[in-house]
Design a protein around this ligand. Structure first.
Ligand code: OKP
Ligand code: ZN
Length: 343
């Protein structure tokens, strides 16, 4: 399997985040992608290739154009206003406030285009976002070109980013962009299988009213887990999309036995749906030693995930999402991929 990777991710570094009332160094750090890249090499998964640059048209197929146009302006505007640190909003248009009027200043716009304070910008952030997007599209092109699978080693991740908002370390929804791109290239139906520990609220929002992209999500129950406000089992899609969004919230402490039963059910529903391509939102923060998550998957479980996905027998694009136990992130992510190749 070929991997697409860009070193430009590394400019998105030194972010801080708000956890339990304290500002701490961000968990979403550059070494994550470097550990995965190193493991791809040491396991000889296949060649590692740079992305091809794309314009932003494919991003605007799933995101609002004004949101995408805003992203490259954030850091220049932040600097112009004389700030250092990370560019971050602090006021959000929640219930009772107006989201229909676009404000003007950078502080206001950062809040307007986000749902939490989890997506900070530093100087190299836009170039990293753009490279992550290019990585996803370049890997999608390999699959469209006939490869059985490809690995988009994206950083920053994407599945919390919605049509017009960032949050949860995510800016452009790389998996959603790739799924829409497959549709625009002639795929009649596409499935997105999100195995990251956190609910992919952005992906769900983007495709919620659509029957042509099935979204299956396995994650920590939002009653007690981030992103808290989406991801319940009764969210099944709306209108034409009814029945094409399927959530599997699971409790803290979930281990392989329960997780794999949900995964089995998701794979059966995916197979019934009969897509032309599968996009896997590959997070490995389900790992027992993940510092911000509550599931109990073990290193030996990840190849089993890949083998099950392989049994679907469908063209498959793996898109990197979360995983914060940096020492093991490469072992576990590449474990899924080598499991897929054996399967
Ligand atoms: C992104 B992805 C830690 C705060 C949680 C947000 C987590 C975003 C996860 N207690 N911050 O889904 O891996
Ligand atoms: Zn996650």
């Amino acid at each position: 399997m070929k991997t697409i990777f860009s070193p430009l991710h590394a400019g998105h570094s030194g972010q801080m985040e708000l956890v339990a009332g304290e500002i701490v160094p961000g968990f979403e750090m550059p070494s994550r992608a470097e550990y995965v890249r190193a493991r791809v090499e040491s396991e000889k998964l296949g060649p590692i290739l740079p992305p091809v640059e794309h314009d932003l048209a494919a991003a605007k197929r799933v995101h609002a154009a004004d949101y995408i146009d805003f992203l490259p302006t954030v850091w220049p505007e932040w600097e112009k206003s004389g700030r250092g640190g990370s560019a971050l909003g602090y006021t959000w248009p929640t219930r009772g406030l107006r989201a229909d009027v676009r404000p003007k200043t950078i502080d206001a716009l950062l809040g307007y285009y986000s749902f939490d304070a989890g997506a900070p910008f530093v100087k190299g952030t836009w170039d990293a976002i753009k490279s992550s997007y290019d990585v996803a599209l370049t890997a999608a092109e390999l699959v469209k070109g006939g490869e059985r699978s490809a690995f988009a080693l994206c950083r920053p991740p994407g599945h919390h980013a919605g049509a017009a908002f960032m949050g949860g370390y995510c800016f452009i929804n790389n998996a959603a962009v790739a799924a829409q791109w497959f549709r625009d290239q002639g795929a009649k139906k596409v499935s997105i299988l999100d195995v990251d520990y956190h609910h992919g609220n952005g992906t769900q929002e983007i495709f919620y009213s659509r029957a042509d992209v099935q979204v299956l999500n396995l994650h920590g129950d939002p009653m007690s887990e981030y992103p808290f406000f989406l991801g319940h089992a009764d969210e099944r899609g709306a209108g034409e999309g009814e029945g094409f969004n399927i959530n599997y919230p699971m409790p803290p402490g979930t281990s392989w036995e329960r997780w794999s039963a949900s995964h089995e059910d998701a794979c059966a529903k995916l197979q019934d749906y009969g897509p032309d391509a599968v996009v896997v939102s590959l997070g490995v923060d389900t790992f027992e030693k993940d510092p911000i998550s509550q599931f109990k998957l073990k290193t030996e479980d990840y190849p089993k995930i890949g083998r099950r996905i392989a049994r679907l027998g469908l063209p498959t694009l793996f898109v990197m999402e979360g995983g914060y136990a940096v020492e093991e992130i490469g072992i576990n992510a590449v474990g899924v991929l080598t499991g897929f190749e054996e399967g």
